[in-house]
Design a protein around this ligand. Structure first.
Ligand code: PLP
Length: 403
């Protein structure tokens, strides 16, 4: 028989959220009357903004008429969307990004997992720890990380983020080629200032490394933290930025994101010749992708209209009010917790190990969260609650915590 990609065998068996679901299902079966509140979800729950819906309805109708029907669009997205992104996310903050540096896609999970296809098989990868699992697993599937020992990947460099270092990762002690940064961070809910990001940009310049910056939560920033890595001087020479409409505009089910690959970003091919990543990615999507659907692109464009902005902002504020309630509720109950100011995640320190805390919280308070250990070795001893629930459920959960 044919052989499969052996790297699939190396991946840890059960995906974190599947395991959480399984345990909650088991609990509910044994306690059918229990009123379980789920604060484990990393998914939008509030509906799509009216201005966005209206734009998508209009686009649907255009598809049904001979003179406005559209077939295949540009691989990188229509100009109207690229322009809206360029203006609304960059130029208006004084950040210089060209339309030809923006690639629209069906989401940041797709982009952050696919970008590694451009790297040589032996590049050294570093991630902050705990981490969004996509960066790690996608590189593991390409065979870059070696074997998994149940805790750690053999060839992966972990940059711990914990209460002790204030969730500010140290620079890699060894030479790495690619560093994934997610800020504001999922799962810790914390972020870095421009000053704290500068050393990473310097490191990348000095070591010929690339930074992949996941800014999926930038709409949640309430402190003065940077909304883009390109606010750090020189970052355009060393960083790709991935963004998403999922958490900004509730597009988790609609699907839209984009990636910025600056013109100047360069890597070396096997012959030692410099190659522009922007051109390589253009070549890659022409081969593997036929563009994002027109209706969604019109919806995404409308996120940047004055009404769209206002409506999406209201939803973000709704979630961030939940975040505040969770943070304050936990602190009152004596928990040490982090995040919840620039991100819809609250990361709390657990008195026991994180899976025991999961079980205890479910059994005694009927609240579901996510054990920190599922996000990497440095997540042990922590627990993630999310602000994506309804206001009512968030309040009820905090009342239970207070008792
Ligand atoms: C939710 C999330 C995304 C968004 O992914 P999409 O594919 O755009 O829905 C990206 N990165 C992180 C860290 C996330 O938590």
């Amino acid at each position: 028989m044919f052989h499969i990609n052996a790297n699939y065998r190396k991946l840890p068996g059960s995906y974190l959220f599947a395991e959480v679901s399984r345990r909650v299902g088991e609990y509910q079966q044994q306690n059918p009357l229990a009123d379980v509140i789920r604060l484990g979800i990393g998914d939008a729950t509030q509906p799509i903004a009216p201005a966005v819906l209206e734009a998508m309805h209009k686009a649907v109708d255009e598809m049904g008429k001979l003179d406005t029907f559209r077939g295949y669009g540009p691989y990188e997205g229509y100009d109207f969307l690229l322009k809206a992104i360029q203006q609304g996310d960059y130029l208006c903050y004084g950040i210089d990004v060209g339309m030809d540096e923006i690639f629209a896609s069906d989401g940041a999970k797709t982009d952050t997992s696919s970008i590694q296809e451009l790297f040589a098989p032996d590049v050294k990868i570093a991630v902050t720890d705990p981490v969004y699992p996509v960066y790690v697993d996608s590189n593991a599937l390409s065979g870059r990380l070696g074997e998994y020992d149940g805790q750690r990947w053999q060839n992966l460099v972990y940059l711990p983020c914990n209460a002790e270092n204030g969730f500010v990762p140290e620079l890699p002690k060894e030479k790495v080629d690619v560093i994934y940064l997610c800020l504001p961070n999922n799962p810790t809910g914390t972020t870095l200032t421009i000053e704290q990001l500068k050393p990473f940009v310097e490191y990348a310049k000095e070591n010929g490394a690339l930074i992949i910056f996941d800014a999926a939560y930038k709409a949640y920033i309430h402190s003065g933290a940077p909304k883009s890595i390109y606010q750090v001087p020189g970052a355009k020479e060393v960083a790709i930025e991935c963004c998403s409409f999922s958490k900004t505009a509730g597009f988790t089910g609609v699907r839209c994101g984009y990636m910025v690959i600056p013109r100047e970003l360069t890597g070396l091919d096997d012959l030692g010749n410099p190659q522009k990543l922007n051109a390589l990615w253009r070549r890659r999507i022409a081969t593997k992708y036929n563009g994002l659907n027109y209706i969604v692109q019109r919806g995404a464009e409308a996120v940047y209209s004055p009404e769209g902005r206002r409506q999406c902002h209201e939803t973000v504020e709704y979630y961030m009010n939940n975040a505040r309630l969770i943070r304050e509720g936990l602190q009152k109950a004596g928990y040490e917790c982090f995040g919840g100011v620039d991100a819809p995640y609250i990361w709390l320190k657990t008195p026991t190990d994180s899976w025991s805390f999961f079980t205890e919280l479910l059994n005694t308070k009927q609240i579901v969260g996510t054990p920190g250990a599922g996000f990497g070795p440095s997540g042990e001893g922590y627990f993630r609650l999310t602000a994506f629930g309804t206001l009512e459920n968030t309040k009820r959960a905090m009342e239970r915590i207070a008792k």
